[in-house]
Design a protein around this ligand. Structure first.
Ligand SMILES: *Cc1c(COP(=O)(O)O)cnc(C)c1O
Length: 386
């Protein structure tokens, strides 16, 4: 049975070129980059080369890149780092209802620590209104955290408009760009981000590594205390193989972007049109045009998204009901609920996120099989009167 992977928002297969770049750093190049002898220095050089590649891809200075253990740590570092540093003068954080749990739970923790948090609502497409951001900012606001694109529904937020608001107010803007750093041309100056989180495994790099971009001059505390690594901003011996792989993955993403995007857009639009045409009462979640080039997210009334995914899994197709991180809880996705989608319909949602190895045959196979699966499940559903 052919395996068809359509869950690239959860993670991506590691690019063969990335694996190749990493391998020596698991074997002969094992030195500690902080050691002064040759074996350390060569790894240090590789780390700094990776830093330059990541910085170049984001339009940043290498000195503004802090390597982390991934997107979750980068989000936590940005939010807690700024909040605890500015606490005396500013103890208010603003975010949105559709952020990743890495942002929402970090904010919830700050609330327990005595900070004030405003969670802004979004419209039916998952977009936050920059005017709402403006209205929420007070003289006590330290930071606004808004994701670039949503990991479930793929909606791309109006970050440039939001950064005009935060700039004017003199408030830091943190952007979770985990879903966009590989997919779109993410440049920190164009976006107006002061802090920006990236994760390697969402862009064909390895798991457990990422970075936080920190604009020069941004005041923050470290999240992890210990040695003087990463300019005293992130202690701990660097994940050298991971960082080298991350650098290569960012370089490849930039080099292959045009080609990847053209293919993804074509396959995504074929998938969306095919599903809406062949399956009655299927609805596209998220914004019709301002969405990630690889995201197709639907709700199928009267049935459970989980059952659709299990049936697809029997056929070798990997798709998900939303965020991989919340698939073990029975609560419907906080993102779909924030869009105003009723509980039952939120439960009937399925996300397909395409990647560089998907083909027309993959989409054709899905369009062949999915209508039958939905029809079968509906025929067993007490909610459906077809
Ligand atoms: C995956 C993801 C994260 C978490 O990144 P990890 O590297 O898996 O910790 C954060 N934000 C968004 C939007 C994501 O999609």
């Amino acid at each position: 049975m052919k395996k068809i992977y359509m869950d690239h928002a959860a993670t991506t297969p590691t690019h063969p070129e990335v694996v190749k770049a990493m391998l020596p750093y698991f074997s002969e190049r094992y030195g500690n980059p902080s050691s002064i002898y040759q074996a350390g220095a060569e790894v240090r050089a590789a780390l700094e080369e990776a830093r330059s590649k990541v910085a170049a891809a984001l339009g940043a200075d290498p000195g503004e890149i802090v390597f982390t253990s991934g997107g979750t740590e980068a989000d936590n570092f940005a939010i807690k780092g700024v909040a605890f540093r500015l606490r005396e003068e500013r103890d208010h954080i603003i975010t949105t209802a559709v952020e990743h749990h890495a942002v929402l739970e970090a904010c919830r923790y700050l609330e327990k620590c005595g900070f004030k948090v405003t969670v802004l609502p979004v419209d039916g497409y998952g977009m936050v209104d920059p005017d709402e951001v403006r209205k929420a900012i007070t003289s006590r606001t330290a930071l606004v955290a808004v994701m670039h694109a949503n990991n479930e529904i793929g909606t791309v937020m109006p970050i440039e408009e939001i950064s005009r608001v935060t700039r004017e107010a003199g408030v830091y803007l943190h952007v979770d760009a985990v879903q966009t750093a590989g997919a779109l041309d993410v440049k920190v100056d164009k976006l107006g981000a002061d802090l920006l989180a990236v994760s390697a495994h969402k862009l064909y790099g390895p798991k457990g590594v990422g970075c936080l971009y920190v604009r020069r001059g941004v005041k923050m505390h470290p999240l992890i205390h210990g040695g003087a690594q990463e300019g005293k901003r992130r202690a701990g011996t660097e994940n050298a193989p991971g960082i080298v792989g991350f650098g290569r993955a960012m370089e490849l993403a930039a080099a292959e972007r045009e080609e990847r995007t053209a293919q993804l857009l074509r396959l995504r639009d074929k998938l969306i049109a095919g599903v809406l045409e062949r399956i009655p009462e299927a609805v596209l979640n998220g914004h019709p045009t301002r969405r990630l080039p690889n995201n197709a997210h639907f709700r199928f009334r009267y049935i459970e998204g989980e059952s659709v995914c299990l049936n697809l899994d029997f056929l070798g197709v990997a798709a998900s009901t939303g965020s991989a991180c919340s698939s073990e809880s029975l609560e419907p996705s906080h993102v779909l609920l924030a869009l105003g989608i009723p509980h039952e319909e939120a439960h009937g949602s399925v996300r397909f996120t395409l990647g560089r190895e998907n083909t027309d045959e993959d989409v054709d196979f899905l369009l062949e099989e999915l209508p039958g699966i939905v029809a079968k499940l509906r025929s067993m559903s007490p909610l459906y009167r077809g």
